[in-house]
Write a protein that binds this ligand. Structure first.
Ligand SMILES: NC(=O)c1ccc[n+]([C@@H]2O[C@H](COP(=O)([O-])OP(=O)(O)OC[C@H]3O[C@@H](n4cnc5c(N)ncnc54)[C@H](O)[C@@H]3O)[C@@H](O)[C@H]2O)c1
Length: 266
């Protein structure tokens, strides 16, 4: 198993991509701290992991609240004795034409997606900087940020504020990677494309309304925009997170890896 003996934390792991990531990390032997603002969702993820023979525990964590993060990260350390892997996955979206976006849209997206990644990473980095090297490895810790295709491709209709928040995540990934490398902590991002989750279901409805069409027609646009010809699954993303969390990727840092079926290449 690629992650035997490792302790991992995942934000927004009560649904969608975060749940798949938590399950995939646990399946490779990591003990997983499943965190989400929605505690019931986090508990359901833990049930799924335990049913598959893995080890996990749930915490309610709002990534926009520094006090929460400090408290929960402390509790995770007590539970796991250390913290090897942290995945900043929690994210939100709303959709509107640029000229109709509100300050609430901007603040909501920036707060969860960009500031949440900053706050969690800072608290976690301080812990990782002071811990011993991972067993059998040359690193102290690994931070993985779930950015988006919209973190590289600005031309994403109705998502200007979300695009700004995800470009921020990619930039922050590079800046943190540079500053944390001397402490032997890697920081990388994953940029998914059109992934079938609750977030996508909401976006299909909003985009259909904005375009005056149906959610099914919008889903077809997403498929047409994806050279590999299908909607992405949360597991497509989780597999790459496992790679970044494992020692197979120990010399990679500051990268933002596209996992999008070819929908955006750079
Ligand atoms: N679905 C896609 O097409 C897609 C594409 C690219 C990137 N992403 C990114 O992947 C990540 C996961 O998205 P998803 O599609 O699984 O979304 P989702 O809405 O299905 O799940 C998101 C989870 O995050 C949690 N969350 C929301 N606000 C939070 C907060 N303040 N603190 C802690 N948890 C919070 C929610 O409770 C939920 O469980 C997000 O960062 C998203 O931007 C998604």
């Amino acid at each position: 198993m690629l992650l035997a003996g490792r302790v991992a934390g995942v934000t927004g792991a009560g649904a969608g991509i975060g749940r798949a990531i938590a399950q995939a990390l646990a399946a490779e032997g990591a003990r997983v701290a499943v965190t989400d603002i929605n505690e019931e969702g986090a508990q359901e993820t833990v049930r799924l992991i335990e049913a598959a023979g893995g080890v996990a525990r749930a915490w309610r964590l709002d990534v926009t609240r520094r006090d929460h993060i400090v408290q929960v990260v402390d509790a995770i350390r007590e539970w796991g004795r250390r913290l090897d892997i942290w995945v900043n996955n929690a994210g939100v979206s709303t959709m509107n034409r640029f000229w109709e976006l509100t300050e609430e849209d901007w603040d909501f997206n920036m707060n969860v997606n960009a500031k949440g990644t900053f706050l969690c990473s800072q608290v976690v980095a301080r812990v990782m900087m002071q811990q011993d090297f991972m067993q059998g490895g040359e690193l102290r810790g690994k931070i993985i940020n779930i950015a988006s295709m919209a973190g590289k491709r600005g031309n994403a209709p109705f998502l200007a504020h979300y695009v700004a928040s995800k470009f921020a995540v990619v930039g922050l990934t590079q800046a943190m990677a540079g500053e944390l490398a001397p402490y032997k902590i890697t920081v990388n991002a994953v940029c998914p494309g059109y992934v079938a989750t609750g977030m996508q279901e909401r976006e299909l409805r909003w985009e259909a309304e904005l375009r005056g069409t149906t959610p099914e027609a919008v889903r077809e646009l997403y498929v047409q925009d994806t050279p590999l010809g299908r909607i992405e699954t949360p597991e497509d993303v989780a597999k790459v997170v496992v790679f970044l969390a494992s020692s197979l990727s120990d010399f990679i840092t500051g990268e933002a890896i596209n996992v999008n079926g070819g929908a955006w290449m750079d």
